[in-house]
Design a protein around this ligand. Structure first.
Ligand code: FAD
Length: 386
């Protein structure tokens, strides 16, 4: 049996490792478009950008595990009937295929050389070299990447302006009141934040807003989201959802028994949340990989996680477990923890610098535990099942 994994990011690497851990001894190839040894992305907008780490390579001995790395090699198209991947260095056959191509950042048209994206190691190292004390940096987008890039740029002594089209930071991801709360973090860090401000164009030396304002910019960082990187699957018959993610089933199979999809490139149905989820976070790439490995080896595991992510911004650790539905009952637990309940059960928890609440909340969500909202609202009482 030969397994080929397309995409050597977190999801692909962890699938390969999990296959070996779960006893798979057959041929295993990890195909990755980037030429670098596989690496982890979260440090790119944190320690790597700050210059505290040179790289964020996975500490994995691929040779020892018998994982064949085919790096700097891109999958161009898929003949699913013939079980063959066409790559820029020849065809590759498989018996099982794992799609783990992640996501590609959304960009703006006509960007000059002074503009940077922040998705790859090359992006992070190039941006790092451009961030000097006094550099005028304009960050486009106050989402996760924008907030983290702005944090680091301020730490490096740059003059920072963040431009956000929505009315508040983190608008796509979190309820407005929470995004509003982070406004003060920008101010405290000395970063200027312009919300409800759309970028009309970026040229060398400046960013133009659609309302006519012009912002001087030595460096521009574009952090306006990412889309599943699945264009190479066009015509393959592998099902994609309306956002371009591979439409996996509950066992992460992708339209055929021998094809699986995991990580940022895929969406899956969640019985827990009653809808299809596409989760662009690190923990999803880790947990999903283990399920894919087990199912390749004949298991029938259902993937229905409590999604989890964290973000380190402006000296705060923001963590979320579960899926926030603003329509669910919201319970404030002190200043720094918010809970969302449905029919008495905990559905999601958001914390700022409260790792203990996060850990307990995550377990309670996973267990489907009933919660007493009055007790849960008291930060002096441990968060637990009713
Ligand atoms: P990716 O990591 O994108 O890996 C996919 C790989 O596939 C890429 O290397 C790509 O080059 C390769 N590929 C694509 N197409 C092809 C092809 N056709 N042929 C061959 N190879 C191909 N999440 C958190 O929870 N917390 C954080 O703090 C956090 N910080 C982040 C900071 C940054 C800067 C970024 C970019 C992401 C961050 N994330 C964070 C998100 C997290 O890193 C991703 O969810 C995770 O990397 C997804 O892993 P993946 O393997 O699915 O995709």
């Amino acid at each position: 049996m030969a397994v080929v994994i397309v995409g050597a990011g977190m999801a692909g690497v962890q699938t390969a490792v999990a296959l070996r851990e779960q006893g798979y001894t057959g041929s295993l190839t990890l195909l990755g478009a980037e030429p670098h040894p596989p690496y982890d992305r979260p440090p790119l907008s944190k320690d790597v950008l700050l210059g505290r780490a040179e790289h964020s390579r996975f500490e994995i001995d691929f040779d020892e595990l018998g994982i064949g790395l085919a790096l700097g090699r891109r999958a161009l198209s898929l003949d699913a009937e013939a079980r063959t991947i066409r790559t820029d260095a020849g065809d590759l056959g498989y018996e099982h295929l794992v799609l783990a191509t992640g996501a590609a950042p959304i960009t703006l048209p006509g960007l000059p050389a002074s503009a940077f994206l922040l998705r790859t190691q090359d992006d992070a190292l190039a941006l790092r070299a451009a961030l000097r004390p006094g550099t005028r940096v304009v960050v486009v987008g106050a989402g996760w990447i924008g907030a983290e890039a702005a944090t680091v740029a301020r730490q490096l002594g740059c003059e920072v302006t963040v431009v956000e089209a929505a009315g508040s930071p983190l608008a796509g991801a979190l309820p407005t009141e929470f995004g509003e709360r982070t406004r003060a973090w920008y101010a405290a860090a000395g970063a200027r934040l312009l919300t409800a401000s759309a970028v009309g164009g970026v040229t060398t030396g400046s960013v133009q807003l659609t309302d006519g304002r012009e912002l001087p910019a030595d460096v521009v960082v574009v952090g306006i989201g990412a889309r599943p990187d699945n264009a190479w699957l066009a015509g393959s018959g592998i099902p994609l959802d309306d956002r371009g993610a591979v439409r996996a089933d509950a066992r992460l199979r992708a339209g055929r028994d021998e094809v699986f999809a995991v990580g940022d490139c895929a969406s899956f149905p969640s019985a827990r949340y009653g809808r299809r989820l596409a989760v662009h976070h690190w923990d999803n790439a880790l947990q999903g990989a283990r399920v894919v490995a087990a199912n390749i080896l004949g298991g029938e595991l259902v993937y229905d996680p409590v999604p989890y992510f964290w973000s380190e911004q402006f000296d705060h650790m923001v963590q979320v477990a579960g899926v926030i539905d603003p329509a669910a009952e919201q319970v404030a637990r002190g200043e720094d923890t918010v809970l969302w309940l449905r029919k008495g059960r905990l559905e999601a928890v958001l914390t700022v610098d409260k790792p203990r609440d996060l850990a307990q909340g995550r377990k309670l969500i996973d267990a489907g535990a009933l919660i007493d909202p009055t007790k849960a609202a008291d930060p002096g009482i441990q968060l637990k099942a009713a």
